[in-house]
Design a binder for this molecule. Structure first.
Ligand SMILES: NC(=O)c1ccc[n+]([C@@H]2O[C@H](COP(=O)([O-])OP(=O)(O)OC[C@H]3O[C@@H](n4cnc5c(N)ncnc54)[C@H](O)[C@@H]3O)[C@@H](O)[C@H]2O)c1
Length: 452
């Protein structure tokens, strides 16, 4: 028979360790999500161990360096004073009181969820799992992943036969499991990360309680929900809401262009309504790890329930067509100057997937560059964050950044990402023709500008 008093204490002990900043927290996957999270905990005096299979990242961090533009090496040095270290050695998992998993969740070549990073992580953790440990998944994924995919691996492959806690009280042969979505908005400086409420769904009440205590140490507010699946679905709802609304304004932009209306003026005017309207902005196509990817996790899972997520499919169709609209607009703008895309020199300004971030993933700029090259354009690019574009999962461009001088030599300057660093007046002055996909040249009146 288990002793509930002793066991209840196990959750209380973990909570006390968190309160006293003595809990050892391991963060698996030190990318755009995991590394800033590790630093937040370090700021709160937790000794964090970061795990990553990328030895280069581990060595960079242990050598006081950083590989994320907005994280200065000084921040890594300060974190190390609070006990931060990085490793690729999973045996250290055993020393952790809690483990947070922040590994990638991309789509595979068939546009289906690729959970291989999560399953590989679960296989790697399982041999080192111990009773009472808290395991939290943060990677964005479809409802059911935590309980249907991750937990079975942890339960089957840990050497002590431990089970995930499912009851009202933690048993001595159990570990705690929760899902808590990451909600960071890279480049958004209007909300501090600690002020973004943290949604937490545990597999049991003790799991939710322990995870809320852990996140409560660095987030101003935690929002407990009834299950990991509810937390998984919450994140997808948020991202699908963005994806569908962006598709809506993209479609209305196409119509507005045809009707001779300025969609940005219309959005600004609609935004003055104090209720019931939230502004979304059109662009050259979706980018980033989340919005173009996450909705398809749900669309895939829905099929298991014999359900078609039509909003997601329609939004995907409209958004993925936007780079083709940009291509057609460049073609039309050049045509009006008696030029063809074929043979024209085109400078793409901004290749990051959105303004002021050093992230290229799924950036529409990459598709646009490929489409222009296919039509015979001589394409160059500039982006303050990327001196070189090499090979990614879906592209292999091998391009070197051009200097931002002598813009007059290009037949067209194409603004794909509206970084704040650019001087748009200067760009318009120097260029022969500017095609602007982001309304970056707002307020500048020139016949050289084509807004599309
Ligand atoms: N980037 C964002 O703004 C953002 C926002 C919200 C949610 N998310 C979600 O968070 C998750 C992580 O995203 P990211 O942007 O940090 O990805 P990332 O690619 O920047 O980082 C992931 C890290 O995990 C490491 N990794 C992969 N497999 C591993 C393993 N088996 N063990 C240890 N490390 C491993 C990689 O080497 C990499 O350093 C994804 O599910 C993403 O959808 C990202």
């Amino acid at each position: 028979m288990t002793n509930p008093v002793v066991v209840e204490n196990a959750t209380e002990i973990l909570k006390a360790k968190i309160a006293q900043r003595q809990a050892r927290i391991g963060i698996i996957g030190l990318g755009y999500v995991g590394l800033p999270l590790a630093l937040l905990y370090s700021e709160e005096r937790f000794a964090i161990t970061g795990f990553d299979i990328d030895q280069k990242k581990v060595d960079t961090l242990n050598g006081d360096g950083s590989y994320i533009f907005r994280i200065q090496p000084e921040e890594i040095r300060v974190a190390k004073k609070s006990g931060f270290s990085a490793t690729s050695n999973y045996s250290q998992i055993r020393e952790m009181d809690a483990v947070i998993i922040c590994v990638p969740t991309p789509l595979n070549e068939y546009h289906e969820p690729d959970l291989s990073y999560i399953t590989r992580t679960a296989h790697a953790i399982a041999p080192h799992l111990r009773a009472g440990q808290l395991v939290v998944l943060e990677s964005t994924t479809y409802p059911g992943t935590t309980e249907e995919v991750m937990v079975p691996i942890l339960e089957q492959e840990n050497p002590d036969g431990l089970k995930a806690s499912r009851g009202a009280m933690l048993q001595p042969d159990e570990f705690l499991v929760a899902f808590s979505p990451e909600r960071e908005d890279p480049g958004n400086t209007t909300v501090a990360r600690r002020d973004i409420p943290k949604v937490v769904g545990g597999m049991s009440a003790p799991a939710t309680e322990a995870a809320c205590a852990m996140y409560g140490a660095i987030f101003a507010r935690t929002v407990p929900v009834s299950s990991p699946a509810a937390a998984e679905m919450t994140k997808l709802l948020e991202n699908i809401y963005r994806c569908v609304n962006i598709a809506l304004v993209n479609e209305l932009k196409l119509l507005s262009l045809r009707m001779g209306l300025d969609i940005w003026e219309v959005i600004d005017a609609a935004s003055t309504k104090p209720f019931g309207f939230q502004a979304f902005y059109p662009g050259p196509g979706l980018g980033g790890h989340c919005i173009p990817v996450d909705p398809f996790y749900l669309a895939w899972k829905a099929k298991e329930w014999d359900f078609r997520t039509r909003f997601i499919e329609l939004a995907g169709e409209i958004n993925s067509n936007m780079p083709y609209h940009v291509l057609a607009s460049v073609g039309a703008a050049l045509n009006s100057r008696k030029k063809a895309v074929n043979g024209s020199r085109i400078l793409v300004l901004g290749v990051a997937y959105k303004k002021d971030v050093d992230d290229l993933r799924e950036s529409p700029a990459l598709t646009i560059i490929e489409l222009l090259q296919k039509d015979g354009a001589l394409v160059s690019y500039h982006d303050p964050y990327f001196p070189f574009i090499g090979k990614g999962r879906k592209y292999d461009l091998q391009m070197k950044r051009e200097e931002l001088v002598g813009l007059g030599k290009y037949d067209c300057v194409l603004i794909v990402t509206n970084h704040s660093d650019y001087d748009y007046h200067l760009i318009v002055n120097e260029a022969q023709l500017v095609v602007d996909t982001r309304n970056a040249t707002r307020g500048i009146d020139s016949p050289k500008i084509v807004r599309c």
